[in-house]
Design a protein around this ligand. Structure first.
Ligand code: GLA
Length: 738
């Protein structure tokens, strides 16, 4: 059937600069057919209203041609009396009318009714967003679905606003930001990131089979165990080819992403608040706005999926987007001094750090309250006068005089029972009255959902930042929730803690940044326990793991970059043998591993010899010449460290194509095999590039200058032998080939 295409096209301001194939069609609405399309240069996301009034997925994948006229959207035929409303791939299914797949929204009304059937009501376009309103078929519950496509990357941002206009309370017991649907296929493979403390972001994959796979955190925060990221491919994904659908949920509280293959082999990905132990009462007129679920599609494999996400995060998520300043090289005192910080010791470290080119000096735990170990002091954010008799400012002044800015560790959401704060306010922690308060690392979690707690934390930090010239906070969070009670709240509202806590955390960070515009923040949670797009919109960098062993880091970093940009991936050079696993490695190897991300130094500099300082100063200086490329360029994971591989290689190409940086690691030599030849990617074939080695040796007779085509087709041979060896090469573009 053909229909004339009558459609309304919304020209978005941003399109003019985008390279969309056909500018002006980022949001296209075919009003007669009630079909909505979101387009970027290479992706189309389409959905429409079927004859029953349900909003239904139509297409998510490669860009359709402008001449394509999508067929009328039809609800699926039931094949059996057992199918009910499950069969239609709804955009945002309410739990009702016999829905057996994962609902996006489940509510309960005060009269006992729990049936919710959402039908299309209306749409409007506000700025760059398409807003589609759904309504229950009889009760005035409205859901406004928000859609926005990024014309550069094709990444779609989806969220939902649930409004109660029934005139009575209603309770939301499950609310997703979005449900994404992929067409029926039997060969889908799901990629996810899992881990634990000290071993974050392992890339896992498993075939998708009928039923559900649940990725989640029930911990009150994002968690080390699963990260709210997914990718799906047909069969095992190739690094640089083939269709990949990928997404990330922007939420730092308990979350859930359910990947479900239904009985027709379609895959539905539903993500939002974790419904476990969840309920959120909406008074008449009240609304609940879900977090944003971002997702994209590429035909270019996992590698291109990552690069799109990296680009999107740099341009749209990070606080300094669209042009975040490259991360300064920092020094952090934690592994050197632990809790034994004092003015003289920190000044000594600062002097040494300045000698090797460090740009930011960070004092870690131990500077406040009665904090001599992890048993006391959390909550008392005043400077310990025994360790810093004149406050922090004399140290800060010295750090400035040495040409660095100053950063400080805080863990504002926590309290030790042995603290003045807890003695004053034992009711301020998450707790169930009369039940034990389970401690972890001798600490309890402050209930940030309470306004008085939120205000205390905000004022303590605001004061600290007002009284001291602090450029950077390392914001830590060293345990997960237990007994998540909020006894002062009305019983029916106590489970709002899962939402209100996180919203208040974001509120504090946002207000601090507004009041202290130069402030930068790192999100740390005993390593990578709170890395997600929600916190990343308020923090400039993250700490991927407390595991600072440079070899283990190669895998952690490999997994990390599947979801997040190396621009935020902090990596410190620390001491050898490493404190986590006692592995010994050379200083150069440790540097090269850390230089894959945003370089920091966390070693005890008082134990370094002259040679170490020389090596460090040289490599820090080299890093400064490549950091924009490494942090913000296009990353190619040429050889993965996963699966017991002997080798791993990454390459980054600068946004302007003028520079490429390659890191190659030999984990362990065996049987005299040579290092595999490395073929680069992403260079201009006709361009000429001169090669410079920062570390490592090339095979004798290797060219020093050649075309992009040569480096990409013929490649380079490295001389690496032994265990834990590494090389770093820089390719600078010189002139075009004749
Ligand atoms: C956590 C962090 C570490 C360090 C300590 C301080 O474990 O991840 O980097 O800051 O806390 O107590």
């Amino acid at each position: 059937m053909t229909r004339a295409r009558v459609c309304v096209i919304f020209v978005l301001a941003s399109i003019a600069t985008a390279q969309a194939a056909s500018p002006g069609d980022a949001v296209r609405v075919e009003e007669a057919a009630r079909v909505f399309e979101l387009n970027s240069q290479s992706v189309t996301y389409a959905f429409g209203v079927n004859e029953r009034g349900e909003l239904q997925s139509v297409h998510w994948g490669g860009r359709l041609a402008n001449s394509d006229v999508l067929p009328l959207v039809k609800a699926e035929k039931r094949h059996a009396s057992f199918d009910l409303s499950t069969t239609t791939p709804q955009e945002y299914p309410g739990w009702g009318a016999g829905l057996f797949v994962e609902p996006a929204l489940k509510v309960s009304f005060p009269d006992g009714n729990r049936d919710l059937v959402l039908h299309y009501d209306s749409y409007r376009v506000e700025g760059k967003r398409l807003l589609v309103q759904l309504k229950d078929l009889s009760r005035d519950v409205r859901v406004q679905l928000g859609y926005e496509v990024d014309p550069e990357t094709g990444i779609v941002a989806r969220s939902a606003r649930i409004e109660n206009h029934t005139g009575k309370d209603l309770v939301v017991v499950q609310a997703a930001a979005a449900t994404w649907t992929l067409p029926a296929a039997t060969d889908y493979v799901l990629y996810s990131l899992s881990g634990r403390w000290g071993a974050e972001t392992n890339l896992d994959h498993r075939p998708v089979v009928p039923g559900q796979t649940v990725l989640e955190s029930r911990r009150g925060s994002t968690g080390h165990q699963n990260n709210p990221w997914f990718a799906l491919s047909h069969g095992e994904a190739a690094e640089e080819a083939g269709p990949v659908w990928f997404g990330e949920l922007a939420w730092s509280g308990s979350w859930r992403i359910t990947v479900e293959q239904d009985d027709k082999h379609r895959v539905r990905i539903t993500g939002g608040y974790n419904p476990f132990d969840f309920s959120y009462r909406l008074a008449p007129g009240a609304a609940l706005e879900t977090p944003v679920f971002y997702a994209g599609y590429t035909a270019g494999g996992l590698g291109e999926a990552s690069r799109l996400m990296h680009r999107f995060q740099l341009a749209h998520i990070l606080p300094q987007a669209p042009q975040p300043r490259p991360r300064p090289v920092l020094y952090n005192s934690w592994e050197a001094t632990q809790f034994n910080v004092n003015e003289a010791g920190q000044v000594r470290l600062a002097q040494m750090a300045a000698k090797i080119g460090v740009e930011r000096f960070v004092v870690d735990d131990g500077w406040f309250g009665a904090r001599d170990n992890d048993k006391a002091g959390l909550g008392d954010w005043t400077v310990n006068r025994r360790k810093f008799p004149n406050g922090l400012q004399p140290l800060i002044d010295k750090v400035h005089a040495l040409g660095m800015d100053f950063g400080l560790w805080v863990e504002p959401e926590m309290v030790n029972p042995d603290s003045d704060l807890y003695r004053r306010h034992p009711d301020w922690v998450l707790n169930f009255p009369g039940r034990p308060r389970t401690e972890a690392r001798n600490q309890l979690v402050l209930n940030l959902a309470r306004q008085d707690v939120r205000d205390y934390v905000f004022h303590a930090l605001d004061q600290l930042l007002t009284q001291n010239d602090i450029a950077f906070l390392k914001w830590d969070y060293n345990r997960n929730w237990s007994e998540p009670g909020w006894p002062e709240q009305k019983i029916q509202d106590q489970q709002k803690v899962y939402v209100d806590y996180v919203e208040n955390l974001y509120w504090i960070m946002r207000r601090l940044r507004e009041r202290h515009p130069k402030l930068e923040i790192e999100s740390c949670s005993g390593g990578g326990g709170r890395v997600d797009l929600g916190i990343m919109s308020l923090t400039d960098e993250v700490w991927p793991s407390d595991n600072t062993d440079p070899f283990d880091r190669l895998s952690i970093q490999d997994g990390f970059t599947h979801a997040y940009t190396p621009a935020v991936m902090m990596a410190w050079v620390t001491d050898s043998p490493n404190w986590v696993n006692h592995r010994s490695t050379s200083l150069e190897y440790r540097f090269l591993s850390s230089m894959q991300g945003s370089l920091g130094i966390g070693a005890d500099l008082t134990r370094w010899n002259a040679q170490d300082f020389e090596t460090a100063a040289r490599l820090v200086a080299e890093y400064k010449t490549i950091r924009t490329t490494v942090q913000q360029g296009r990353l190619f994971r040429l050889l993965s460290p996963r699966g017991g591989s002997q080798y791993s290689v990454t390459e980054s190409v600068s946004a302007d194509g003028q520079q490429a940086v390659l890191f190659a690691f030999l984990h362990s030599s065996s049987m005299l095999y040579p290092y595999p030849r490395i073929q680069l990617r992403g260079l201009e074939p006709e361009g000429r590039y001169r090669l410079r080695a920062i570390a490592g040796k090339l095979e004798e007779g290797s060219l020093e200058e050649a075309s992009g085509a040569y480096w990409m087709s013929r490649g380079i041979d490295l001389q690496l032998a032994g265990d834990f060896q590494a090389a770093a090469l820089v390719f600078e573009r010189v002139a075009s080939a004749k």
